[in-house]
Design a protein around this ligand. Structure first.
Ligand code: CTP
Length: 399
């Protein structure tokens, strides 16, 4: 699974400014993009494959005839939300304009329906050459986004138009083309998902029906908006999300131990996990026979949110969840407000789980209440949509 709009392919063609794309790659990663790099053979004269592998943290393919059985040009064309080629040489512009596909990068471009951003960089004479001007026009007519090169010093002593632009200008073009919000760039968001399990003996546990879908939807949505996400998942069975850090835990105490370490470094904690309120007083190392199973003695688990809210720093935002079997709006609002106060929360999402609704399903309904007692009634909507609404609230609280 990839965060929406955050998986992009960086093509690099053979111009001297290829070295500037190393910075572009870093800045794209800072913006929460997961980047595959595909350099052309010619570009490797300027920046080697090892540099791209080290910077991207991924294997870099340069050759169409490598891993042929995986049909990489088709899979890379399909799985990337956008292609940016920086620098784009005059030769590559000509190839793309005529629809040629004689290497890995041009094959991917031809096979992809994703938005494509080209960053031409070349000497002024080449940029102004009627052949290049016509090629750029052809590509623009076909929907390619062609970033205007900057003006200034060239490789030699000459100056003019054709310079590789600042990374920020390219990232603006990428963001515009993707039309995804980037309002959580630079923010660290800690999210819990799933339900804790408290072991009784080696084969049994006390658990709950939380699937983790809501927490994963939040993690995906926050990563899509550029946040650095750490997902702490308790007993979930959902696929990993590329580009986010994930820690798996089983019990409430394990979850608290991870959050104790991570909470001081985050801007927001979204506690969507269902934490078991109690665990057995005496865990048995061996399976308990049924004759001894008539009574379980329980002890209270720590209240994780309460414990973290006591060390909350100014500016940190805490979002809690509550699952209630009460369907009356006033009662839901009252219980939400009570939990906001007792756990020192900024926002709480409270939903009605009566009759097993919500758990494991793709949809949810309930109320969002904040500490100023503003209430948003949420009709039945998907967990993805709720995630975006909650993140809008988070962004407004983060200021
Ligand atoms: N929570 C927590 N630690 C616990 C229990 C709950 O951090 N031991 C968090 C949940 O992750 C959730 C919020 O507190 O974000 C509210 O959970 P809920 O179970 O509704 O709250 P409780 O305080 O346990 O209240 P209740 O008595 O209604 O179960």
């Amino acid at each position: 699974m990839f965060p929406r709009g955050r998986k992009i392919l960086l093509g690099v063609s053979g111009g001297i400014s290829a070295y500037k794309s190393c910075d572009l790659l870093r800045r794209l990663q800072d913006h929460g993009f997961v980047v595959d790099v595909v350099p052309t053979q010619a570009s490797l004269n300027f920046v080697g494959k090892s540099t791209w592998e080290a910077l991207s943290g991924k294997k870099v393919a340069t050759d169409l005839w490598q891993d042929v059985e995986k049909v990489p040009h088709i899979s890379m064309a399909k799985e990337n939300d956008l292609i940016v080629i920086a620098p784009t040489t005059a030769d590559l512009l000509a190839k793309l304009a005529s629809g040629r596909a004689d290497d890995l990068l041009t094959n991917i471009v031809l096979a992809s329906i994703a938005p494509k951003v080209l960053v031409p960089a070349m000497h002024t004479e080449m940029w102004l050459n009627p052949a290049t001007v016509e090629n750029v026009q052809t590509l623009r007519n076909r929907g390619f986004i062609v970033v205007e090169p900057d003006e200034g010093r060239m490789t030699g002593r000459d100056t003019g138009v054709g310079r590789y632009p600042e990374s920020s200008k390219i990232i603006d073009a990428v963001n515009n083309a993707l039309a995804v919000a980037s309002d959580l760039v630079g923010k660290k968001v800690l999210i819990t998902a799933g339900g804790t399990r408290e072991p009784i003996d080696p084969v049994r546990f006390i658990g709950n029906r939380s699937s983790g879908r809501q927490g994963f939807a939040l993690a995906m949505a926050a990563a899509s908006r550029g946040a650095q996400v750490h997902l702490v998942a308790a007993n979930t069975d959902l696929p990993n999300i590329e580009g986010i850090t994930m820690t798996s835990v089983e019990t409430a105490e394990q979850m608290l131990a991870v959050l104790d370490l991570e909470f001081p470094h985050c801007d927001a904690l979204i506690m969507s996990a269902a934490v078991a309120d109690a665990r057995v007083a005496d865990y048995s190392d061996s399976k308990i026979g049924k004759e001894r199973l008539s009574t379980l003695s329980l002890v209270r688990n720590p209240d994780i949110l309460k414990s973290l809210s006591s060390v909350k720093k100014p500016g940190q935002i805490l979002i809690g969840f509550a699952a209630e079997t009460e369907s009356d709006v006033k009662a839901l609002k009252d219980s939400a407000t009570e939990k906001i106060v007792s756990k020192n929360l900024d926002i709480i999402y409270v939903n009605n789980v009566s009759g097993g609704a919500i758990f494991g399903s793709e949809s949810t309904r309930g109320l969002i209440v904040d500490k100023d007692r503003n209430v948003i009634e949420v009709p039945e909507i998907s967990k993805d949509t709720l995630s975006d609404i909650l993140l809008d609230q988070l962004v407004s609280k983060l200021g």
